[in-house]
Design a protein around this ligand. Structure first.
Ligand code: NAI
Ligand code: ISE
Length: 336
């Protein structure tokens, strides 16, 4: 069986996902495209999907009976409306992070899904599909390092553009840690605090960079995440879990060890697309398989909500300098 996919938003990640649907993944083809910038769709048709039809209206694309499932890869503030429309149409929808830009928006999606009576949403949190994070989780779950007590993490980008703002360090960047660490520990956050070290001269005048986010979980683990989005040297994701009887680290991406010019070295990646390329493939194939099987298994609307609640608390903590509680609604039985 091959499912017909409609894509809303044909920018950077939209094109990446269209490429993988067209050339890497099984049992799916992209048949419909929409973007507020029609030229973006036309470029995709010319370069990747000659048979896809361009729609001027995203809702028309969602409601077209030819489209079996929807990928939402437009800008964050547009996600909620498109996901709600897909649920209303009874169609499975893969939505890039964030599910919605507010926790309230995520709850609207949760409620719509519960009303529909079945899970239709997968959020584009790809790290739980990364082989390194999966191996790390297997070690934690095996009990080999005892109960996790502390996590030391880092999310570093070489540089960001001028439009990147201080709160985006949370809503655009840290949001991946907020999802994956909750999944890794099988735990929820209870408080957040943000500390601003000395600012790098490489950041734009309006951006506070780097930042350190301190999180506390319900089981009492303490997490520090360094977010440094103008670190210059590479795209570098680190995660070290300190347990009662040992320490487990996220493996580095595979890289040849080089002895040359009196140096021992390995390459550090610079592009997020390459760092998680396999994880993106696996998450999207899982979505396609789930659509065919009629059952969603990936990061759910509830996970999107949980990350959004924690992100809201982190942004409040950025502004207040205080420790801010993370208060979630009770998890509906529907998601257990
Ligand atoms: P982008 O700016 O390259 O592409 C977004 C596209 O959406 C643009 O072509 C824009 O014209 C289109 N668009 C905006 N509003 C629209 C609307 N109302 N209707 C139809 N099209 C609309 O942005 P990028 O980097 O591709 O990011 C898109 C989303 O994917 C964001 O939410 C971002 O956070 C997420 N993302 C996720 C990543 C991940 O690692 N999971 C990586 C990069 C982005
Ligand atoms: C980008 O939006 C992403 O989602 C990438 O996965 C992330 O690592 C990067 O820092 C963000 O800017």
């Amino acid at each position: 069986m091959t499912i017909n996919i409609g894509v809303i938003g044909t920018g950077a990640i939209g094109r990446e996902h269209i490429r993988r649907c067209s050339t890497v993944l099984q049992n799916a083809r992209v048949v419909a495209l929409n973007d507020i910038n029609r030229d973006n769709c036309q470029q995709v048709v010319d370069q990747l999907t000659p048979e896809a039809r361009i729609y001027d209206n995203a809702i028309e694309l969602i409601n077209d009976p030819q489209v079996n499932a929807v990928l939402v890869t437009s800008w964050g503030p547009t996600h909620e409306a498109f996901v709600l429309a897909a649920i209303e149409a009874g169609k499975a929808v893969f939505c890039e992070k964030p599910l919605a830009v507010t926790a309230e928006g995520c709850l609207n999606i949760v409620e719509a899904e519960i009303k529909a009576g079945r899970q239709l949403v997968q959020v584009g949190f790809m790290r739980p599909y990364d082989s390194g994070y999966r191996a790390l989780k297997a070690v934690i779950d095996s009990g080999e390092i005892g109960e996790p007590l502390m996590l030391h993490c880092a999310h570093r980008n070489p540089e960001v553009g001028d439009s990147y703002t201080t709160d985006m360090a949370i809503t655009d960047t840290l949001i991946h840690e907020l999802d994956v660490l909750r999944w890794l520990l099988n735990d929820d956050y209870v408080s957040a605090q943000v500390i601003f070290p000395r600012k790098t001269r490489k950041a734009s005048s309006h951006l506070r960079d780097p930042q350190i986010v301190l999180l506390e979980t319900a089981k009492g683990a303490r997490i520090d995440v360094e977010i440094f989005v103008n670190c210059e040297y590479g795209y570098d994701i680190q995660c070290e879990v300190v347990g009662e009887s040992g320490i487990a680290r996220l493996p580095e991406p595979m890289s040849v060890q080089l002895r040359s010019a009196a140096k021992l070295s390995t390459t550090i990646l610079t592009d997020w697309k390459k760092r998680f390329i396999d994880a993106y493939d696996v998450e999207l194939q899982a979505f396609i398989n789930n659509v065919i099987a009629g059952e969603m298994t990936g990061p759910s609307a509830w996970d999107g909500y949980a990350a959004a609640v924690a992100a809201d608390a982190c942004v409040a903590a950025q502004n207040s300098g205080q420790i801010v509680p993370v208060t979630m609604a009770e998890k509906p039985a529907f998601y257990r």
